[in-house]
Design a protein around this ligand. Structure first.
Ligand SMILES: Cc1cc2nc3c(=O)[nH]c(=O)nc-3n(C[C@H](O)[C@H](O)[C@H](O)COP(=O)(O)OP(=O)(O)OC[C@H]3O[C@@H](n4cnc5c(N)ncnc54)[C@H](O)[C@@H]3O)c2cc1C
Length: 380
């Protein structure tokens, strides 16, 4: 019998890594494979930034996570973190930048403030209309996401974890209030002392009654624009990763020659991650082309060279869900990354492995009890 079984998105993989590092027997089970194209962790790139407004816990988790990501990449000889810098843009109506500045200072995060003139001088390839100021996190950047998950999983396997491709069926209530085994769609049984269901956007499908109305998977479209031949203005360090919350948009410089990345952070329609179409919509293309033409004038006629369609797995307000199942004492629920979870994989896995061993107080923000059935986004 394994002591724990979990899933192979970024949350499950890092939980397995921490459990394996504690010399526990752990089995990773996944329906499709680590960081696959339908998983929320399956994109090429994810931002790691420290800014979270006044929510200091997420700033501290990002700092801890960056430390653990870098240590893993050093130890395994992978270059999967790119220190592009992350630039927050604020317009006249912005209310969050000052809170972010104050939290970052309190936590000792290196930052640089740029007024509109300084922004225009440093990044002349960007049109900063309606932007009043910026905050640069020079030490933050981008994780090469899909490959980073594979790296975590490979290292967890080196530390003794095991991996299996299988679709796990929904567990049924037990009179004992404990789960002795899970069953796969092929009828096999997997026994363990504890089970972690880190099923990302599938949580609501696996636990329809408990989480069907509490995890909201939304369709998110991502675009990559081809930059002009011979033009280096859109690669790092000339362009940083950036976020402009007032326009619900974020993007990245041209990384690994895939093109300038642009995505809309507004929640799209509710979707099923198994069957959702992975083709972008006409409306999404129009939004992206208009945005790029306005903000990056040199890319006005740039072709879209790649696209991706993924899904956020939102909780009601954007706080993660990391808690015990209310009726099965040895079952843990971990998810609700809500469009910002990837970076936190290392800290989340560390916290959950600690909770499973009975260490440390539980954070009320992550409780199932705090997850409502109506969406009111607060954590971005
Ligand atoms: C477009 C987009 C952009 C994003 N940008 C950022 C960003 O810049 N920075 C950031 O920090 N975060 C970002 N996020 C959020 C982040 O990617 C997610 O929060 C995170 O990847 C969630 O990981 P997870 O492990 O919970 O879920 P997943 O990666 O979806 O993993 C869940 C796994 O569970 C498996 N599974 C589910 N059900 C079963 C079953 N019954 N049997 C077996 N296996 C099962 C699935 O196959 C899957 O592999 C973004 C997300 C999207 C979609």
């Amino acid at each position: 019998m394994t002591s724990s079984a979990t899933y192979a998105g970024v949350f499950g993989a890092w939980t397995a890594w921490h459990l394996a590092t504690q010399k526990q027997h752990v089995l990773l089970v996944d329906a499709y494979g680590a960081g696959h194209s339908r998983a929320s962790s399956g994109g090429e790139t994810r931002i790691i930034r420290m800014g979270y407004g006044a929510y200091e816990i997420y700033t501290r988790w990002s700092l801890r996570s960056l430390e653990l990501w870098k240590a893993l990449f050093r130890a395994t000889n992978h270059a999967l973190f790119l220190q592009t810098g992350v630039l927050w843009l604020a317009g006249e109506r912005d209310t969050r930048l000052d809170e972010t500045i104050s939290t970052l200072r309190h936590c000792g995060v290196t930052l640089e403030l740029l007024d509109r003139a300084a922004l225009g001088k440093r990044y002349p390839q960007v049109n900063f209309a309606n932007v009043s100021r910026g905050l640069l996190e020079p030490k933050s950047g981008v994780l090469l996401a899909r490959r980073a998950v594979a790296c975590v999983m490979e290292d967890a396997l080196r530390r003794g974890a095991q991996f299996e491709i299988a679709q796990v069926s929904s567990p049924q209530p037990r009179a004992s209030h404990r789960l002795d085994f899970i069953e796969t769609s092929s009828g096999a049984r997997i026994s363990a002392g504890q089970f972690v269901f880190a099923c990302g956007p599938w949580l609501g499908k696996v636990f329809p009654e408990l989480l069907g109305q509490r995890i909201f998977p939304t369709r998110q479209e991502v675009f990559f624009f081809g930059t002009p031949a011979g033009d280096s203005r859109f690669i790092p360090p000339f362009l940083p990763t950036w976020l402009f919350q007032e326009e619900e948009a974020y993007g990245m410089p041209d990384i690994e020659a895939r093109g300038l990345k642009l995505a809309r952070d507004a929640h799209g329609e509710h979707v099923d991650p198994d069957t959702e179409s992975r083709l972008v919509s006409r409306a999404g293309v129009d939004w992206a082309q208009n945005f790029v033409a306005r903000r990056f004038p040199a890319l006005k006629a740039a072709p879209i060279v790649e696209t991706r369609v993924c899904q956020y797995e939102n909780t009601s307000n954007g706080d993660f869900l990391i808690d015990r199942h209310p009726e099965l004492a040895n079952v843990w629920l971990a998810g609700g990354g809500s469009g910002h979870g990837f970076k936190h994989g290392p800290a989340l896995g560390e916290y959950l492995a600690g909770q499973m061993s009975g260490e440390g107080a539980a954070e009320p923000r992550f409780s199932l009890a705090s997850k409502a059935t109506q969406q009111k986004r607060a954590v971005f």
